[in-house]
Structure formats: C-alpha cells, structure tokens
Ligand binder design. Structure first.
Ligand SMILES: Cc1cc2nc3c(=O)[nH]c(=O)nc-3n(C[C@H](O)[C@H](O)[C@H](O)COP(=O)(O)OP(=O)(O)OC[C@H]3O[C@@H](n4cnc5c(N)ncnc54)[C@H](O)[C@@H]3O)c2cc1C
Length: 389
C-alpha cells in the first residue's frame, strides 16, 4: 500500500459548470437522436455516421482537442461526463465516441507535427471525418508488441503489408492511425505509427465483425497490400510507435472506464425503475429485500467505479502519469458493469431476457468493456507491474 499512499488525495467532488452543461446537453441529444433508433441500429448492426456528424456539431467529437484546432478544448472530467452520459443510453455510440476521441484523435494531438495536426484535427474534431486506430492484429491482441504488419522503407516512402483486426471504424474511418513494424520482432522500439487516409492505394477495409454487443459500433479489419505511405505521414519518429500507443492507451482506458460506468448506470436506472413498477405477491418487487439488496450493491459498485474513474481523469488533467490509475479504473468499472448489467437482467426476470426492455442490451454491451483496450487480465498485469516495481 505504500506506493499508493505516496499519491495523496485532495478531494473536491463538486461538478463543474462545464460538466453540468455537457451532461444536460448529452442527455437531451441522446433522448432525441439515439434512444428512439438504437434498437434498430443494434438489430441491423448499422453504424449511424449521421449521429456522429451531429455530435461533431455539438463539440463531442473533439472534446480534448484545443479550440485552435476546432475542438471543444475541455479536459478529462468533461470527457468522462460525455462518454458516461452517452453510454448510459447506448454503449455502442459511447464506444465509437471514445475510440474516435481518445485513440485516433488523441494520438494525432499528442504526437502529430503542427502540419499533421492542422491537416487532421479540425476535420476530426468537428465530425467531418471519423477516426480509426489500428494496433491489434489477428494473431496479436494482448501481445500487440509482437505485431507482424510491416513497413519497409523505400526512399521517401514506406511500403506496408499486413492486416489489423477488430478496428473500430475500420470501414467508415476517413483516416486511421496505424502502428506497424519497422524493426525487429521483440523490439519495443521496432514499431512506428502512420496516419493513413481512406482511399490510399493498397489500403482497404476487410471483414466487418458480427458481434454480441456494441453492434452499432463498427468493428472491421484493415488490409494493407503494398500500401505506399510517404514519410510525412509518420507520427513522431521511426521506432516510437509502440511507446506512443501505450501512452495513448493510458488515456483511452479512462474513457473505457467512463463507457463502463455509463452502461452500469443505465442498467441500474432501468432495473431500479422496473423494480418499483413490477408487482409480485401484491407488492412492488423492490420491497423484497432480495431485490433491494441487489440494487444497494449495484449502486455502491457504481459509486466506487465513479470515484476511480474521475480520480484517474483528475490526475490526467494535472499532467500526471496515470498508467496505474487508468488501469485500475478500467479494470474495476468494466468488471462491475458486467455484474450490474447481469443483476439488471435478473431484476427484470423473463422480460429482461427479451428485446422489449433495455436490460439485455446493457448486458451484451457491457462485456466488451472487460476486453477492449486491454483485457481485465492485462489491466492486472499493468497494475501489478506498477505496484511491484
Ligand atoms: C468491439 C471491439 C472493438 C475493438 N476496437 C479496437 C480498435 O479500435 N483498435 C485496436 O487496435 N483494437 C481494437 N480491439 C481489439 C482489442 O483491443 C483486443 O481484442 C484486446 O486487446 C484483446 O486481444 P485479443 O482479442 O487478441 O485477445 P488475446 O490477447 O488473444 O487474449 C485471449 C485471452 O488470454 C488472456 N491473456 C492474454 N495474455 C495474457 C497474459 N499475459 N496474462 C494473462 N492472461 C492473458 C486475455 O486476457 C484473454 O482473456 C477491439 C476489440 C473489440 C472486440
């Protein structure tokens, strides 16, 4: 515990004015633009690009991007608030919003040159363009450093061959930040990041996944066949790609914690309301201690996840290293999201197993949170390395 105590807390739980405004705006937007259609998108696996354009107009596609690049210029507390509120309604829209903001856009923001930022950030921050980010490959997920997609230098160009798997916005993304091998296998300095635009010869989308949940968030393969990319498309220096990706994920995991938190809150809200309306044995089921205690456990876990998530966001805003805190927030929030969504289905009984009520969708969507941007096991690896060093 000593290492943890080295990081003392000054506590201020007050919501900022910006957080309140964002929360109210997202709730209103979600009720009008997402809720009425989300089960249709879920059923057909439609990725509703037009909704992301509208969110762009509201500043939600460039939450962390400075105003000089067309973004909202907010910090992590506002970002967490936005992702959680969207995900409270629909996790798949929350997942896509998180991947766009904290993976593709943030990688460009953190490591792009002034010219690259000028070229891409205004388009991404306004929702004119959708961003993708490719690290995972068919044979290397948790072990991403073992990737096999290669870029071979040829004059001012790099020729890329290989494939990336499970990429959010793999088909619809207008630009993808892709991390590829430029050095030896096993060398963490042997990988490099490039920004590659849709339509670049040799770069195409492959199979779109048919998923358990998060079905309105597009997940697809990226294929590179002799794809020539100019060296000006490189982010940072050759060999820095994997290190950059790990830094991007430290921030990204806060957004997956927020996504998990939102899904858990949505599942809890639905179950709590239902428990007060549903009567069995001549009383609302909420009057049975067996149900009331479930709700008490759900609410307590959500509060704990909220504290971890906002704590990680607060540290990130202060420019501190959040490697451990973001992994803890992501691990805990995602695991409790699955537990809360599971209990939500239980409280709805048979109706929870049908698509007439929202419980089953929260249950399906929640599971992704323990897998994407590093599984729970990988978060434990990150945390244990940090506390034992
Ligand atoms: C909907 C969705 C969207 C995604 N979006 C993106 C995206 O936009 N960009 C991107 O790059 N990737 C994306 N991913 C990929 C995601 O990050 C990976 O699926 C994830 O990192 C796990 O990798 P894997 O699927 O290869 O599982 P594996 O790495 O094969 O893991 C299989 C199992 O083994 C366990 N395991 C592996 N190594 C260890 C270890 N050292 N110790 C203990 N247990 C271990 C894992 O925890 C897991 O339980 C997405 C995935 C999904 C499902």
């Amino acid at each position: 515990m000593e290492a943890l105590m080295e990081n003392p807390m000054t506590v201020n739980f007050d919501e900022t004015e910006n957080q309140r405004l964002i929360r109210d705006m997202v709730r209103d937007f979600g009720a009008k633009e997402i809720k009425p259609h989300m089960m249709d998108w879920d059923e057909s696996q439609e990725f509703p690009v037009h909704v992301f354009k509208k969110m762009g107009a509201l500043g939600l596609m460039g939450i962390l991007v400075p105003e000089e690049y067309g973004g909202a210029g907010f910090g992590y507390l506002e970002y967490i608030t936005a992702i959680a509120e969207v995900s409270r309604i629909d996790g798949s829209i929350g997942l896509s919003l998180a991947a766009h903001n904290s993976l593709c856009t943030n990688h460009l923001l953190l490591f792009g040159t002034a010219a690259q930022k000028q070229k891409y950030l205004p388009k991404l921050a306004t929702g004119e363009w959708i961003g993708a980010w490719g690290l995972t490959e068919p044979n290397t997920g948790s072990d991403a450093g073992n990737m096999r997609t290669v870029a071979v230098k040829d004059g001012d160009y790099y020729v890329i061959n290989g494939a990336k798997n499970f990429i959010t916005h793999g088909k619809s993304g207008n630009v993808a930040v892709v991390i590829v091998r430029t050095g030896n296998v096993g060398d963490s300095h042997g990988m490099t990041a490039f920004a590659i635009e849709k339509g670049t010869p040799g770069f195409s989308a492959g199979k779109k996944e048919n998923k358990l949940g998060m079905r309105a968030s597009e997940t697809a393969e990226l294929i590179f066949t002799d794809c020539r990319v100019h060296k000006d498309q490189m982010l940072g220096k050759e060999g820095e790609g994997f290190i950059q990706a790990m830094k991007v994920l430290d921030g990204g995991r806060i957004s997956i914690a927020a996504l998990s938190l939102g899904i858990a809150m949505g599942a809890y809200d639905a179950a709590r309301n239902y428990s007060k309306e549903r009567h069995q044995f001549n009383q609302p089921i909420s009057q049975f201690q067996g149900i009331a205690f479930k709700l008490a456990d759900m609410a307590t876990k959500i509060e704990a996840a909220r504290l971890l998530t906002f704590r990680a966001g607060d540290l990130k805003n202060k420019g501190q290293d959040v490697n451990r805190e973001s992994a803890m927030a992501k691990l805990y929030a995602s695991e409790i999201a699955v537990e809360v969504a599971n209990e939500g289905v239980q409280i709805f009984g048979g109706y929870g197993y049908t698509k007439d009520f929202p419980a089953e969708k929260y249950y399906r969507d929640a599971k992704l949170c323990t897998i994407g941007e590093g599984t729970s096991e990988i978060q434990k690896l990150v945390i244990s390395r940090s506390i034992l060093k």
